[in-house]
Ligand binder design. Structure first.
Ligand code: F7E
Length: 347
């Protein structure tokens, strides 16, 4: 958005620790502004929308971890479902419904216990987690306000979109970080849940371009955004470890399945590097997601294969190999400095 010349306003939540690593490089830019507000606090949203008078709103705010939604279902519903309504009402309250377009980050999780493969804009929904049920409300309330009040609001039904900035507890990033740490001797093993789960993974950077395109159309519509290519968690792990210089062979089934190193650094060959743990199984899991991006391709002119699966894995592994190496250097420097200070070598 900044590169396109927009004035960008983002909301942040108050926390006792500042954790803004992923936007740190943007802070201080003249057309980038952060405001305290919260998706669970309608007043804060109404006031902010009134102050900023936005022409486009991108609602990416959510409790977005599916497994966590089983532990915090009410919070998830408040933020991911009612939060969308609060934004719509904040726009209406400020009489901006004719000038402000809204993009809602919808999700392939709506298809859940899938009723057809691949999934398109016409596939029936079957949400299969508290997260998905909350997001289904968000999808329908956007559609309702579009029809009831003639507002320009759209849902992008995005399949999994990954990048080097992905949160570290989502499966792709958990794998790429672990592969980097194991390759550099910083971790022994990686524990995962359902290795057979199938996902349509794309590169987040390509997907945000599509979000913007959705709001530049003449009429508001919903779109499936996906690559149309499917891989299992096991395959993602195989390719990520391979990119980190480790070849895995998977043996066994279900909870007993293991990923063993068959090629790579001599100290790792023969070792079990990936194991399955029930801790990462979900009460209900979505296991067969594959998107059909035909409409986005034809209407938006978007290219779903801009970044291939192999390129995505390699971008993420390269980033994490560098991150782990940098952390190692920083820790050696800290240790050396502490030692020099203690010995009085430096003061
Ligand atoms: O899980 C399986 C897990 O947590 C993917 C969110 O951005 O995309 C994301 O939701 C699959 C699931 O993402 C582990 O059971 C195996 O089948 O990376 P994930 P998600 O649930 O697909 C959609 C589009 C969203 O909207 C969400 O907000 O991988 N899996 N082992 C594991 N998953 C995790 N997290 N950790 C494991 O150890």
């Amino acid at each position: 958005m900044l590169a396109k010349g927009y004035d960008v306003h983002g909301i942040i939540r108050r926390s006792s620790v500042d954790y803004r690593e992923r936007i740190a490089h943007l802070e201080g830019r003249p057309n980038f502004h952060l405001h305290y507000a919260d998706m669970s606090d309608s007043m804060s949203l109404v006031k902010l929308v009134g102050k900023v008078q936005p022409t486009e709103i991108y609602n990416l705010a959510a409790q977005s971890h599916v497994q966590v939604s089983f532990d915090a279902p009410e919070f998830t519903a408040d933020v991911d479902a009612v939060g969308v309504l609060r934004i719509l009402e904040a726009v209406r309250t400020n009489h901006l419904e004719k000038t402000c377009k809204i993009y809602q980050a919808s999700t392939s999780e709506l298809y859940g216990k899938v009723e057809e493969v691949p999934q398109s804009e016409t596939t029936p929904f079957h949400p299969y987690s508290p997260y998905a049920v909350a997001k289904l409300y968000g999808y329908w309330i956007i559609k309702e306000y579009r029809e009831a009040y003639n507002m320009f609001c759209c849902s992008g039904i995005l399949f999994n979109h990954e990048s080097e900035r992905r949160g570290e507890t989502f499966v792709t990033r958990k794998i790429t970080l672990a592969a980097a740490r194991i390759a550099q001797g910083k971790q022994e093993k990686l524990y995962l849940g359902n290795l057979s789960s199938l996902r349509d993974w794309g590169y987040a950077k390509d997907y945000v371009e599509c979000m913007w395109l959705i709001l530049q159309q003449d009429k508001p519509e919903d779109f499936v955004i996906a690559t149309g290519v499917q891989h299992s968690v096991r395959e993602f792990a195989y390719h990520a470890f391979k990119a980190a210089g480790i070849e895995l062979k998977f043996e066994g089934e279900d909870i007993d399945e293991k990923g063993i190193c068959v090629n790579g650094p001599a100290n790792l060959v023969g070792k079990t590097l990936v194991e399955v743990s029930e801790d990462f199984y979900r009460p209900t899991d979505v296991v067969n997601l594959l998107g059909d991006p035909t409409k986005a391709k034809q209407t938006l002119g978007w290219n779903p294969q801009k970044t291939s699966f192999d390129q995505l894995v390699s971008i993420m592994v390269k980033h994490d190999m560098e991150k782990v190496a940098a952390e190692h250097v920083a820790s050696v420097m800290r240790t050396n400095l502490a030692e020099y200070l203690e010995k009085g070598v430096v003061k």
